[in-house]
Ligand binder design. Structure first.
Ligand SMILES: [Zn+2]
Length: 229
């Protein structure tokens, strides 16, 4: 696994970590997706009524309690990635182009160079040293640098690659340890809507999109993108 792959792992699984930490209003396991789609209107109304009451064991999505251990882990990973991005940007990111001063705005050449300088400084490919920076932003930016994507940057030297790789692999290892590599499987108390009427199983929780699968006919259902939270 390359360092850039490790960074992709961090980016891809960050949402799952947030869900695990309870910092994101989310579903309990199993997620409601797929199940609601297979319900009849009557069952849907029943579930809505159950959820409307305040019984703590009512089924359905509800805010999970905040998990302090996962929050600590996320803070560790985020600090490492942002520190690495700040450090790498200070070395490889070219300073914004400066427009020459001392000439009037009526000078077309000067005006053009001022616009060029503003555009260069605002290049979205640049790493931001201030404002809100997140772990996925830092991971994506670092992965682009490792892959040599174009922008106002010079190429990385071997020492810079190794330093980023170290941060990437320790971050990805922490996430794998926290979330596990295994895909979770949960039986759904709902028969397959196809004639087979087989047992449905929900698979997911590993960062990849969840899938509902019929164990008998093998038919699968995935969450429609338009319904994504
Ligand atoms: Zn089936």
């Amino acid at each position: 696994m390359t360092a850039a792959d490790d960074l992709d792992t961090i980016t891809d699984r960050w949402t799952t970590l947030q869900e695990r930490a309870g910092t994101r209003p989310t579903t309990t396991w199993p997620p409601a997706m797929g199940i609601t789609r297979l319900m009849t209107e009557e069952e849907r109304a029943e579930q809505a009524a159950e959820r409307a009451d305040t019984a703590p064991d009512a089924p359905g999505p509800r805010p999970a309690p905040v998990d302090v251990d996962v929050l600590d882990l996320m803070k560790t990973i985020e600090t490492g990635l942002i520190t690495a991005a700040d450090w790498l940007a200070s070395r490889v990111q070219r300073a914004p182009f400066q427009a020459p001063t001392g000439r009037g705005w009526n000078d077309d050449v000067h005006r053009a160079s001022v616009l060029l300088a503003a555009k260069d400084a605002a290049d979205p490919r640049r790493w931001k040293y201030t404002g809100q920076r997140t772990a996925p932003e830092a991971a994506e930016w670092l992965a682009l640098r490792l892959r040599g994507a174009t922008g106002p940057f010079r190429g990385l030297d071997e020492g810079e690659r190794l330093a980023v790789a170290e941060v990437a692999s320790s971050g990805a290892a922490l996430i794998r340890k926290a979330l596990g590599d295994a895909r979770q499987r949960t039986a759904i108390p709902q028969p397959c809507p196809l004639p087979c009427g087989g047992q449905l199983v929900l698979e997911g929780g590993d960062g990849a999109p969840p899938v509902v699968r019929c164990e008998d006919c093998g038919r699968t259902w995935t969450e429609a993108p338009s319904d994504a939270a």
